[in-house]
Design a binder for this molecule. Sequence first.
Ligand code: ZN
Length: 164
Amino acid sequence: MPILKVRKYPDPVLKKKALPVKTVGERERGLIEDMIETMKLSEGVGLAATQVGVSKRIIVFNPSCDEWRADALINPVIVKKRGSEKKEEGCLSLPGINGLVNRSTYIRVEGLDIKGKPVCFEAMGLLARICQHEIDHLDGILFIDRLSPVKRFMAKRKLKKELK
Ligand code: ZN
């Protein structure tokens, strides 16, 4: 399985809004397998297709740190959310940067599974946070966009140094 190149800030693809997947076929399934492999090797807990340069609404995630239980969701939509909590986040596209981001503590997500079947699940804690972070990617939003202007400015300055 080929390992995909994770796009780093300020790659313009990260700012693009991804398009919905019309049919889930071999190409999409292959992409998902490669994304999961890439996430695993990068030691990430989530990855969006936009991060590997593909403008399609697909995310993969692995909220369990101890065991490997990765899953994928196609055309994910948050249909319900509740609560809010500020916690530290990082991103494979923003190396060396962390920041406190406010997210809902509970979400209900709908989408398609790897076979193209409609699925719906509820998520709390880390999984809820990962899903919100990855769905943001599909809309061209990075976690630094959710920081205060001062924190964002500092994060971007640090990024420039990291990426030199
Ligand atoms: Zn990210």
